[in-house]
Write a protein that binds this ligand. Sequence first.
Ligand SMILES: *[C@@H]1O[C@H](CO)[C@@H](O)[C@H](O)[C@H]1NC(C)=O
Ligand SMILES: *[C@@H]1O[C@H](CO)[C@@H](O)[C@H](O)[C@H]1NC(C)=O
Ligand SMILES: *[C@@H]1O[C@H](CO)[C@@H](O)[C@H](O)[C@H]1NC(C)=O
Ligand SMILES: *[C@@H]1O[C@H](CO)[C@@H](O)[C@H](O)[C@H]1NC(C)=O
Ligand SMILES: *[C@@H]1O[C@H](CO)[C@@H](O)[C@H](O)[C@H]1NC(C)=O
Ligand SMILES: *[C@@H]1O[C@H](CO)[C@@H](O)[C@H](O)[C@H]1NC(C)=O
Ligand SMILES: *[C@@H]1O[C@H](CO)[C@@H](O)[C@H](O)[C@H]1NC(C)=O
Ligand SMILES: *[C@@H]1O[C@H](CO)[C@@H](O)[C@H](O)[C@H]1NC(C)=O
Ligand SMILES: *[C@@H]1O[C@H](CO)[C@@H](O)[C@H](O)[C@H]1NC(C)=O
Length: 533
Amino acid sequence: MFFSLFLVTFLGFSSFSLALDTASMRPRSVYQLVTDRFALPSSSSSTSCNPSDRKICGGTWAAIEDHLDYIQQMGWDTVWISPVVQNIGGTTGEGEAYHGYWSLDVSQLNPNFGTASDLTSLISKIHERGMYFMLDVVINHVAATSSSNFSPSSSYGAFSTSNDYHPFCWITDYSNQTQVEDCWLGDDSVALPDLNTESDTVINYWNGWIKDMISNYSVDAVRIDTVKHVPQGFWKTFTSSAGIANIGEVLNGDPMYVSGYQSNGNINTFNYPTYYPLVRAFNSTSGNLTELVNMTTWVNDIFPDPTLLGVFVDNHDNPRMASYTSDTALIANAHAFPFVVDGIPYGYYGAEQGFSGGSDPDNREPLWTSGYNTNTTLYTMFKNLNDVRRAAFNASNSFYETRMNVTQMGNNEILIVKGPLISLLSNRGQGSSGTVTIPSGSSGWGANVQVLDAVACEIMNTDGSGNLDVKVNEGMPRVMIVETSKGNVCSGGTSNSSTSTKSAAGRRADAGQWGQVGWTVVGTIMLVMGLCG
Ligand SMILES: *[C@@H]1O[C@H](CO)[C@@H](O)[C@H](O)[C@H]1NC(C)=O
Ligand SMILES: *[C@@H]1O[C@H](CO)[C@@H](O)[C@H](O)[C@H]1NC(C)=O
Ligand SMILES: *[C@@H]1O[C@H](CO)[C@@H](O)[C@H](O)[C@H]1NC(C)=O
Ligand SMILES: *[C@@H]1O[C@H](CO)[C@@H](O)[C@H](O)[C@H]1NC(C)=O
Ligand SMILES: *[C@@H]1O[C@H](CO)[C@@H](O)[C@H](O)[C@H]1NC(C)=O
Ligand SMILES: *[C@@H]1O[C@H](CO)[C@@H](O)[C@H](O)[C@H]1NC(C)=O
Ligand SMILES: *[C@@H]1O[C@H](CO)[C@@H](O)[C@H](O)[C@H]1NC(C)=O
Ligand SMILES: *[C@@H]1O[C@H](CO)[C@@H](O)[C@H](O)[C@H]1NC(C)=O
Ligand SMILES: *[C@@H]1O[C@H](CO)[C@@H](O)[C@H](O)[C@H]1NC(C)=O
């Protein structure tokens, strides 16, 4: 115990890299933020930022450093920030390159976000906390203000000749994979010149570049943009050159299509196939859970390893869950899903503050307007779910690799068994309560066992046969583990569901307060031990 704290506290000060491999990525939980929108430097003169303007609002790497507590105390251990390289300047028909995805010269950093030493400092601050840094990279294309005035030049760094690019054509038919790989994304406002990823010059440059970025900045894991627009064979060598854990965006709902990138490209993709039925299941109280159950089973059957997929609800490309519904129970259930299924949970900044932006650019709100409130219902839920996932691993060291079993229980609930975590998600909505019996045969729980729900921090008791009547209280999710395995989940206090008279809201507020006290205690212990060391 002392020794591991010592390591976390002091090794981090060296440039020692904590790089993640595939297996050590499984226990992670990743918080995605948009650098321009997450935090302003204290010197910033203006705090106004209207996402629909698509303008640079002024967030920086240095300012992220000031809010690492906010991320870590919510339980996340990996930070994914916007791409870091130089982007095209000025205003386009689609605004400014505030998001970082419009590369110009990938050998330079984006000066809007800070300097090389700011980035190095942020990453070392992340490492000092025992957390990990995920680099977002765009490999498929660079950017230009239009297709007709694009001409390769030294402003594009290494990609300065026309041989480095596929000849211009727009992608018009997404069912034609040749077009998807060889033609260009974008439109006349912003064209995304497509790199010739079959050219040895381009291949060798990228393979060397990713190695250098990882070693220059001590990167732990890589997130890869627009994966389906580059051949699978390219990814196989690129990911082996990178040599660290990866996660790739294959924006497609067909599990047969997406799984090919894990089978043949050595890319662990986001679980887009499950994303779409997940949204439909929880976007209204009449959402169809059958489709979601069917998809989880399908994904489980055909991906070589579904436990390495990135599971998400919100991100910078899709409308936020809270833009589809204002029902707080439906939103909570959708956000609980990534923590309780096979795969690695990904959260998107602002969900914890109830942000409800719809399609891009509305889903890239400034976080500073929230005051970084750590006392919201979802902030506390994310913390508890991150904690219970770790507790499940502590109780069973095969937890992350264990394949889940998802079954529907009536019209409005699904039971997800991923031992030792047993979860009941519901789309009955905030106005409705009901009781679902979880049979001992499904949960594996014995007779008269105390079970903790990590969302409401309530204790329940199985009956003399090991069955548990679970009250789905006001439509909220239940994420359960036997009480003796709870570790530090709900460390501040739990209530007994059969004796408690408090409202659900009252209990959540208590959990929030206790959560803060708990962290203060942990922080003080670490400080004291650090001083002793
Ligand atoms: C697919 O797109 C390529 C490139 O645009 C084109 O040459 C080819 O004919 C298309 N194939 C089909 C089946 O449409
Ligand atoms: C990495 O650092 C080396 C040495 O300073 C430098 O030459 C190279 O350009 C850097 N590469 C990247 C991708 O940052
Ligand atoms: C919401 O769910 C309904 C069915 O419950 C579906 O028809 C609709 O497309 C969903 N909306 C989105 C944005 O997925
Ligand atoms: C739900 O989806 C399943 C599978 O797609 C379908 O068979 C069933 O009819 C749907 N149920 C409702 C109520 O729409
Ligand atoms: C259910 O999953 C199977 C594969 O297991 C798939 O063939 C089928 O299309 C799916 N059905 C629905 C309605 O999603
Ligand atoms: C947390 O929020 C609740 C209301 O949701 C409030 O009663 C409580 O005082 C807040 N606690 C702190 C520490 O701000
Ligand atoms: C999943 O759970 C159901 C219900 O408990 C059970 O009938 C089924 O055999 C389980 N499937 C697997 C693959 O474990
Ligand atoms: C891990 O489990 C042990 C008991 O097996 C318990 O004492 C400890 O508190 C747990 N730690 C965490 C972080 O859950
Ligand atoms: C919760 O209440 C039940 C029934 O009243 C009781 O048997 C159990 O011991 C209580 N558990 C705790 C932790 O208070």
